[in-house]
Ligand binder design. Structure first.
Ligand code: EPZ
Length: 426
C-alpha cells in the first residue's frame, strides 16, 4: 500500500495551478448521460473519484474517451469525451456505488433515459451520516416508484412529470440530481431552497447551451422546463475552489510566498475574509491568488455553512491553521457530524483540540506539531494531514492515501515544485 513520507519544516515558495473542480466533474459526467450526443468535459481532473464515476458510466455501456495529455480541448490538455448514444443497463455497479457517495447523481439521468434505475445504497467518505432521503423524495415527486430491498433501490417511472420540490435542508448533490432529472421530465419543475454552490450554475449554463431551459441556478429557486432531448458540446470545468482554499491555507502555514494560479478567488470569499481576520496577507487577481506565510496568526471562530458561507470541505485545513494561531478558536461544522474526528490525529501530532460534541471543537494554539505515523481517514482530513506533516518537526508517514488521491491529482509532484519534501512510497 502506498504512503506519503514528509519531512516537515521547509519554507515553500513558487507557483501551483488549481485543477478543474472535482465536484463539478462528477456531476458533469452524470449529466452527459442525459444526451445522446457527445459531451467533451475539459479541464477534467484525473483523480480517483472521477476515475470511479467514469468506470461506472462505462459499466453502463457508455463510450468514454479519456485524454490526459493528447490534443487540447477548449485550451485544456485534460479532458474526457462521453457519448451516451445508448445506455445498456439500468443497474449501477454495486462495487463502485459502495465506493463513491456521488454515484447517486447517476440515478437521475439513468432514470430519465431508461425509465428505471437500480442501485445499492451509496457509500463514500466517512464524515458523518449521509442519508439520501431528499433524492428519493425528489424522484417520487417526479412520479417515480421507489422500492427498497436488500440494501438495493429500484426506482422506476414510465414517464417523469415536472414537480414542485422544496428541499427541507439545502443539499448540493440533491439539487444537482433533481435539476438534471427535470431536464428530461414532462412539464415545469420548480426547485426551492436549492443549493447555490458555483458548480450548479456552471452545469445549468452548459445544459442550457445543449438546449435545456433552466432559470435561476445559483439562486435558491431554480425553474426547469422539461424537454424530450438535449444536445452536446464542450464544457470547461471551473477551477476547484476547495483546492484553491487548501493551497491558500498551505501558503499561510508553510509558504514564504505562494502564487495560486488558474483559480477563482470569488469562490472562496468566506475563507478569504476569515484568513484576513486571522492576519494572513494575500493579494488577489481575477484568476490568481498570492499568499504570504503568516507570522502571528490570530484565533478566529468559524461556522461552516452552505455556499456562499464557509465551506465544510475547508474546515479541516482551517482547523489546522488555527493550531498555529495564538489563542483559542471555536470551530463549528454545522453541515456534517463526523468532520471533526480527525482532530484526534492532529492531537497525536501535538495539537490541543477539545471536541465539545460531534459538531464543535475548540482549538488552543499555538502548538508545535511533531511528525508521526498516521492514516488518512477521509479526503479533506487527508490533505489536512499532508499540510500538518509539512509544518511538523521531523518525519510524517501518512497511510491510506487513496483517500487523498480521491480528490487531489498527483499532489506530491505539485507540492514538490513548491519545495516540499514529500515522497510517495510503496
Ligand atoms: C457535496 O456533498 C459535496 N460532494 C461534499 O464534498 C460537500 O462536503 C457537501 O456537498 C457540502 O458542501 C459532492 O459534491 C460530490 P449535501 P453532498 O447533500 O451533496 C444532509 C468532498 O470532500 N442530507 O449538500 O452529498 C447531509 O447529511 C465532499 O469533496 C440529508 O439529510 O452534501 C448533510 O448534513 C465531501 N438527506 C447536508 O444534508 C439527503 O438526502 C448537506 O449535504 C441529502 C443530504
Amino acid at each position: 500500500m502506498s504512503y506519503f513520507e514528509i519531512i516537515g519544516g521547509r519554507k515553500l515558495n513558487g507557483e501551483i495551478e488549481v485543477k478543474g473542480a472535482k465536484n463539478a466533474a462528477l456531476k458533469a459526467v452524470a449529466a452527459a448521460l442525459l444526451s445522446k450526443e457527445k459531451w467533451v468535459i475539459a479541464n477534467f481532473p484525473f483523480i480517483e473519484d472521477t476515475n470511479r464515476i467514469l468506470e461506472m458510466v462505462e459499466d453502463l455501456g457508455v463510450k468514454v474517451n479519456r485524454g490526459d495529455r493528447g490534443n487540447k480541448r477548449d485550451g485544456e490538455r485534460s479532458w474526457v469525451e462521453i457519448q451516451a448514444k445508448e445506455i445498456k443497463k439500468s443497474r449501477l455497479n454495486d462495487k463502485l456505488t459502495k465506493k463513491l457517495r456521488a454515484s447517486i447523481i447517476l440515478a437521475g439521468p439513468v432514470l430519465a433515459r431508461m425509465g428505471e434505475v437500480r442501485m445499492h445504497h451509496p457509500g463514500g467518505c466517512v464524515i458523518g451520516k449521509r442519508p439520501i432521503d431528499m433524492f428519493l423524495d425528489g424522484f417520487q415527486k417526479f412520479g417515480a416508484k421507489v422500492k427498497w430491498q436488500n440494501e438495493h433501490f429500484r426506482i422506476s417511472a414510465k414517464k417523469l412529470r415536472g414537480a414542485k420540490i422544496f428541499f427541507p435542508k439545502i443539499t448540493v448533490t440533491g439539487t444537482e440530481t433533481t435539476m438534471m432529472t427535470a431536464v428530461l421530465a414532462d412539464g415545469e419543475t420548480i426547485l426551492e431552497n436549492a443549493a447555490m454552490e458555483p458548480e450548479i450554475p456552471m452545469l445549468a449554463e452548459f445544459l442550457n447551451k445543449c438546449g435545456a431551459k433552466i432559470r435561476g441556478a445559483g439562486t435558491p429557486t431554480i425553474i426547469i422546463k422539461g424537454l424530450k432531448k438535449i444536445g452536446g458540446g464542450i464544457l470547461k470545468l471551473i477551477p476547484d475552489r476547495i483546492e484553491t482554499g487548501t493551497f491558500a491555507i498551505l501558503g499561510a502555514l508553510a509558504g514564504s510566498r505562494i502564487k495560486i494560479k488558474k483559480c477563482d478567488p470569488d469562490h472562496i470569499r468566506a475563507l478569504l475574509v476569515n484568513l484576513e481576520r486571522a492576519g494572513v496577507r494575500f493579494e488577489e487577481k481575477k484568476d490568481e491568488l498570492i499568499v504570504w506565510g503568516a507570522k502571528n496568526l490570530k484565533p478566529v471562530n468559524i461556522v461552516t455553512h452552505e455556499y456562499p458561507g464557509f465551506a465544510t470541505d475547508l474546515q479541516p485545513p482551517f482547523t489546522l491553521l488555527m493550531t498555529q494561531a495564538h489563542g483559542a478558536s471555536l470551530v463549528h461544522d454545522a453541515i456534517f457530524d463526523g468532520r471533526l474526528m480527525f482532530t484526534d490525529i492532529l492531537n497525536l501530532m501535538g495539537a490541543d483540540i477539545i471536541m465539545h460534541d460531534s459538531h464543535r471543537a475548540t482549538v488552543h494554539g499555538k502548538t508545535k506539531l511533531h511528525g508521526r505515523k498516521i492514516a488518512s481517514p477521509d479526503l479533506r482530513a487527508g490533505i489536512t494531514l499532508v499540510l500538518a506533516g509539512l509544518i511538523a518537526e521531523g518525519k510524517t508517514r501518512i497511510e491510506n492515501i487513496y483517500q487523498i488521491d480521491r480528490g487531489y491529482e498527483r499532489i506530491e509532484e505539485r507540492l514538490q515544485k513548491l519545495g516540499a519534501n514529500i515522497t510517495r512510497r510503496k
